[in-house]
Ligand binder design. Structure first.
Ligand code: RIB
Length: 304
């Protein structure tokens, strides 16, 4: 099996669970707080590794206790952390996540993640690898890394989350682009939601394909995903889930997708598997800790 290399963010998630969100200026008592590993990059790496895929993480943490904890969490999940850099003078990324009624709102203090540079790419891409990136670390770094990965014959997955201005040339380096309906609307300046007709979603995905991405996958929450490749468009249905916390579900999808691509699946096959994995992840609290094992995903697929 090929390996997955995730380049991206690591955050300590400060998760506050309450019955509802406080209104502006209101003080709400009775919340529960948890400190949980997160960051889109870390979440995706853990999702891939828990599916028994050789996985490496490249990124940056601060010289502090959170950085130490996140590195340990990755190692405990069999993610290779030799390529993680420590940035002196900057704190490890922290995300404040308010969870209420299964939904979330996230504020990120990027810290060391903003100082991840191409010079910190302490790994060499190989033919057959799957290299994965998101938009929580500098885009110039992502572009330089994806260019090197592509030149070496690796496949590339870009999760355009959270959406950020990026050079038009970036998508030319991408084999599979993954984004949710909000990001798809932003990237294509379209008016669409997760409930929009399939043809509207497909048209937006085709816009991104025309900019260079070989395949585009729109994730649509409980509705599933739409996969658009040169062969056409396919709707991959979502799986039923008892939602506890949707934080990291998109990251679970991306990590599981990368793992399946590394094992030889097509984007369409990989997306069905990733949907099942994401359905497992929303049934537990937190981002990285909620990533499922291969056995859990197999059970979910068997029940469908
Ligand atoms: O996608 C979820 C992640 O976004 C959280 O883990 C948080 O750290 C933010 O990066």
């Amino acid at each position: 099996m090929s390996r997955v290399v995730v380049c991206g963010s690591l955050n300590m998630d400060v998760v506050v669970q309450s019955a509802r969100r406080p209104a502006r200026g209101e003080t709400l008592l009775g919340a529960k707080i948890s400190l949980l590993p997160g960051g889109k990059g870390l979440n995706q790496a853990v999702a891939s590794a828990r599916l028994a895929t050789p996985t490496t993480m490249l990124g940056a943490v601060g010289e502090d206790a959170f950085g130490h904890t996140l590195r340990g969490f990755l190692a405990d999940n069999d993610v290779n952390t030799l390529g993680l850099s420590v940035v002196a003078g900057h704190a490890t990324g922290v995300a404040l996540i308010q969870v209420a009624g299964g939904d979330n709102a996230i504020t990120v203090a990027s810290g060391a993640n903003s100082h991840f540079t191409k010079a910190m790419m302490r790994d060499t891409p190989h033919r057959g690898d799957v290299w994965v990136a998101q938009f929580e670390t500098p885009i110039a770094t992502t572009q330089a890394i994806l260019a090197e990965a592509r030149a070496a014959g690796a496949r590339t997955v870009l999760n355009l989350a959270p959406m950020a201005p990026h050079p038009a040339s970036l998508l030319k380096l991408v084999d599979v682009a993954v984004l949710n309906e909000v990001e798809l609307a932003q990237a294509t300046k379209s008016r669409l939601t997760a409930a929009s007709p399939v043809k509207t979603i497909v048209a937006a995905c085709e816009k991104l394909r025309s900019k260079g991405a070989r395949a585009v996958i729109a994730t649509l929450g409980a509705r599933g995903a739409v996969v658009v490749t040169a062969e056409g468009a396919t709707v991959v249905a979502g799986f039923k889930a008892k939602v506890v916390d949707t934080t990291g579900a998109g990251d679970c999808f991306v990590g599981a997708l990368a793992a399946r691509l590394a094992s030889g699946a097509t984007p369409m096959e990989a997306a069905r598997y990733a949907n099942a994995a994401a359905a497992c992840s929303v049934e537990r609290l937190g981002a990285a800790p909620s990533m499922p094992t291969a056995e859990e995903v197999a059970a979910r697929l068997a029940r469908a």
